[in-house]
Design a protein around this ligand. Structure first.
Ligand code: GAP
Length: 430
């Protein structure tokens, strides 16, 4: 199924291999015209529900390059490592956890090296001199940009604990085994929120956030039966976490993590306070208490969420003896909301259809198509996940009504052109 999805993504302009004309760059991907719309819709939906619909979370956009001491303080220089194993027979590299019963996961040989630790951060140099003192890292998580700005945000936003800071941005990891299309990449995007709470209330907030975040994926339109929570066992916990849950989805390649929800305690702020020498404590003026806040983090991958939406939405059906491929994306995140089709290319139908498309465009993205049979045009939009097909036919010329075809049920109804924007907006955004 993954191969079929990869080829649909290329065919319809969702996702392409990076630098494809040069043979591609392993684990780097580019989003095409439909892909970037889908990605932006997912980010917008997250941003709206995590910041704009709440009064206790504010947003920031921090830079990707940060002071190198950030990554010493955060523990990433020392601990953000994976065990790396080399196979002496097939020369492939694997992560330690992929090796089962001492056998290479690629060729099954037992001729493998013992694991050595490999840091996943990408290094580069700032300025013209490439020496040790010029080393900077491409951030492996967006979270640290939030921690180092804790005091900067706290004062002007006039927030009091508990409150959160949210951010969407690129992160980079030199993964040993990237793969499964855009599931594990070396350059990807995260949607992270750090919720600052009073110590002692942290486990309660962890509980609240794991429930809220699981529900968000249902609102995104994913099948709830394919979602579950997995609590980390001790050996799975990241170096900063006291307790953690993954939201997992049942992919064709098994149950895998979509989002991590971590109780990071006061680890990050205490470490940054120690390394920077700056006070990162919080003063509660009602209780007259000063403390370092605990942090509950919700950390989702944009690309991984997008892949999940595509996998979940992909359906093959048989219609009148023919295979129909349809992406049943939630209308809210669908890249195009409606396809606009003149039934035939004459009798003034294309002109009227273009006018309908033009009027709808100020409300939502729509796609005008007049080539091929109307059945083929429907099929093309089914594959692109477009929830509605609007057809202008001979009746339209007489009474200014059009047909609205529903992508999932394929039923059609007539509506007035003047009511179209209102009807569609209600069905898309609720
Ligand atoms: N700040 C905490 C943190 O980064 P994580 O569990 O390492 O936690 C959070 O990552 C999320 O970021 C994952 O659940 C996943 O959705 C996404 N992610 C992590 N590594 C990724 C990769 N190599 N490619 C794509 N997405 C990735």
């Amino acid at each position: 199924m993954m191969d079929t999805l990869v080829s649909l993504c290329k065919r319809r302009g969702f996702i392409f291999q990076s630098s494809e004309i040069y043979g591609g760059l392993n684990s780097c991907w580019d989003y095409g015209p439909l892909g970037v719309e889908l990605k932006n819709n997912i980010k917008r939906f997250w941003w709206r529900s995590m910041t704009q619909l709440r009064d206790d979370i504010v947003g920031i956009d921090a830079s990707i390059l940060m002071h190198p001491q950030v990554w010493v303080a955060s523990g990433h220089v020392e601990q953000f490592t994976d065990p790396l194993v080399d196979c002496k027979s097939c020369k492939q590299r694997s992560r330690g956890d992929e090796v089962k019963d001492g056998k290479c996961p690629h060729c099954g040989s037992r001729e493998i090296t013992s694991p050595r630790l490999f840091n996943l951060m990408f290094k580069t140099h700032m300025g013209p001199v490439e020496d040790e003192s010029a080393i900077v890292y491409l951030r492996p998580e967006t979270a640290q940009g939030i921690y180092v700005n804790f005091q900067n945000v706290l004062n002007p936003s006039r927030q009091k604990l508990p409150f959160g800071i949210a951010q969407i941005g690129k992160a980079f990891r030199n993964e040993i085994s990237p793969g499964n299309f855009i599931f594990r990449m070396r350059e990807f995007e995260q949607m992270e929120m750090q919720f600052f709470v009073k110590p002692g209330t942290d486990m309660e907030w962890l509980d609240q956030w794991k429930t809220a975040r699981l529900a968000w994926y249902g609102d995104l339109g994913l099948n709830p039966a394919k979602l579950r929570l997995h609590q980390h066992q001790n050996k799975e916990l990241a170096h900063y976490a006291k307790d953690a849950y993954d939201i997992e989805y049942e992919f064709p390649f098994g149950w895998k993590e979509l989002e991590g929800i971590h109780n990071r305690t006061d680890y990050d702020l205490s470490r940054h306070q120690k390394h920077s020498g700056k006070d990162l404590s919080y003063f509660d003026d009602e209780k007259n208490e000063r403390y370092i806040p605990y942090i509950i983090e919700t950390s989702a991958g944009v690309d991984r969420t997008l892949l999940t939406c595509l996998v979940d939405a992909y359906h093959e059906e048989e219609v009148r003896g023919e295979k129909r491929v349809v992406l049943k994306l939630h209308p809210r995140i669908a890249p195009m909301k409606a396809g606009i089709f003149p039934l035939v290319k004459r009798d003034g139908m294309p002109e009227l259809a273009r006018k309908v498309a033009h009027e709808l465009r100020s409300h939502m993205p729509v796609f005008y198509d007049e080539t091929g049979s109307v059945g083929r045009r429907y099929r093309r939009q089914d594959e692109a996940g477009t929830p509605f097909g609007i057809t202008i036919d001979s009746q339209t010329l007489q009474d200014e009504t059009v047909t609205i075809r529903d992508r999932d049920t394929m039923t059609q109804e007539r509506a007035k052109i003047s009511d179209l924007a209102g009807i569609l907006q209600k069905r898309i955004y609720g």
